[in-house]
Write a protein that binds this ligand. Structure first.
Ligand code: URA
Length: 442
């Protein structure tokens, strides 16, 4: 786009247009993304634009232009130096979603090259990069060269988004996190797919969450998001599939950074929660088939079960942690992970079957304990969170423990405990467990 034409655009006019429900052109979107990346468009104008998009939406063309503009806002990684099919996985975000921590080593132990770029916590959800930092010494800021070497050598590397990779998304992600503008289909699709396209994997498997703990609460919206992202991936020539999975209650039992790392390790030891194991096997089978290591999902699943049973997935995690500067011992001795000073049991206020858990509220409780960011710059407390004892369908007696809370501040714990208890709804009649996998879009 000629610079002269760009210069006569004004961000104010674009905000006004979008606020009034107008459609932004490719040039307008490029102007906005380039200007924001270069620091010429300030946060407050972009925040206003995000809120306008949140309320009036973007159509498929605008979403495509936004995705491509963000993907090209920095370097496009060239992974051709890595031998074999490179597979990446991404979740739209949820509560207790520690999937990558177990899944990446499982898949890598099956011989797949996992070259993954992950994010930090967003809104009420946690992020893989924060969780990985629970391993003492772990470096998520490795160079591109180390990233490639590690994938070639041990089959797995995970890094945070570098300043040069989809920088527009990096800035926008941080802005959306603190301005209540995360849960919009076009913004999520473009955020995820711009990173995935820029980070160069050949195949992408998406975990699209739906339910009260997801950004897309409604299954219909989650399906539309999954279809949009699969379309964006295919348009860009990448093998892309999406699994729609339930996030109406936390995944597994642990919520909170180091607590989730421990649960992922338990899973690689063959002691994972049923729902979490199921999700890892479903996503993993797609990755193993896409990477050419199995002909069918059933064969892939068998391989994945095998690498847990023979300990090779756990060893792969330790190798990966060590290769990125972390303490491999913490994989075998989880007491080396960050530990909170206090543990408190939260009793059930009544007897009955757990009918519902308002899942995003559980995420917020973890944030209240210090497990998330209040502002773009705030640090997080990796040790805090909750370990649930009761999930939907379970029977509980009055006073029996619903969860164990891990915290470092008694005042925060008191407030979080109240909110946590309120997130549980009970029924006197038995309640069915929720199906985890809703659909697969290929
Ligand atoms: N994950 C992302 O990377 N971006 C979003 O907008 C939501 C989830």
């Amino acid at each position: 786009m000629p610079r002269k034409e760009m210069l006569i655009m004004r961000m104010y006019d674009l905000i006004l247009k979008k606020r009034n429900g107008g459609k932004l052109s490719e040039e307008e979107i490029s102007y906005m993304v380039e200007g924001f990346t270069a620091g010429e468009i300030p946060d407050y104008q972009m925040a206003a634009m995000m809120m306008a998009v949140y309320f009036t939406g973007m159509d498929g063309e605008e979403t495509l232009h936004l995705t491509m503009a963000m993907a090209h806002s920095g370097d496009m990684l060239d992974l051709s130096g890595i031998r074999g099919v490179k597979v990446d996985k991404h979740s739209t975000g949820g509560v207790g979603d520690k999937t990558s921590l177990a899944l990446a080593p499982m898949v890598a132990a099956c011989g797949i090259k996992v070259a993954k770029m992950s994010g930090r916590g967003l809104g009420h959800t946690g992020g893989t990069i924060d969780k990985l930092e629970s391993f003492p010494g772990f470096n998520t800021g490795i160079s591109e060269k180390t990233f490639m070497e590690n994938v070639n050598r041990i089959g797995i590397a995970i890094m945070g988004q570098t300043a040069d990779l989809a920088p527009a998304d990096k800035k926008l992600y941080a802005l959306r996190d603190v301005t209540a503008t995360v849960d919009n289909m076009s913004l999520i699709a473009s955020s995820i797919m711009s990173k995935k396209l820029a980070s160069g994997a050949d195949a992408i498997v998406l975990d699209v969450k739906t339910g009260s703990g997801a950004f897309m609460k409604d299954e219909k919206d989650a399906r539309a998001l999954a279809e949009e992202m699969v379309k964006l991936g295919k348009n860009a020539g990448r093998k892309t599939a999406a699994v729609i999975s339930d996030m109406d209650e936390p995944l597994g039992y642990a919520v909170g950074n180091a607590l989730e790392v421990k649960e992922a390790i338990d899973t690689l030891r063959g002691k994972g929660p049923e729902d979490f194991v199921k999700l890892c096997l479903t996503l993993g089978s797609h990755m193993v088939v896409a990477g050419g290591m199995a002909k069918s999902a059933a064969e892939a699943e068998e391989k994945l079960r095998q690498v847990i049973a023979d300990g090779s997935a756990l060893r792969k995690l330790a190798d990966f942690v060590e290769a990125q500067g972390g303490d491999r011992e913490a994989v075998y001795r989880t007491e080396l992970l960050p530990q909170a000073a206090y543990r408190e049991e939260i009793p059930s206020p009544q007897a009955g079957y757990v009918e519902r858990i308002v899942c995003d509220e559980v995420g917020v409780c973890s944030l209240m304990l210090g497990g998330g960011r209040e502002t773009k710059e705030s640090p997080i407390d990796l040790s805090v969170g909750l370990v649930l004892r009761k999930k939907v369908g379970d029977y509980v007696e009055k006073g029996e423990t619903l969860a164990v809370m891990h915290g470092n501040d008694r005042e925060k714990m008191k407030a979080a405990a109240k909110r946590f208890t309120d997130s549980y709804k009970f029924s006197q009649k038995p309640v069915a467990k929720r199906p985890l996998i809703k659909a697969v879009i290929e």
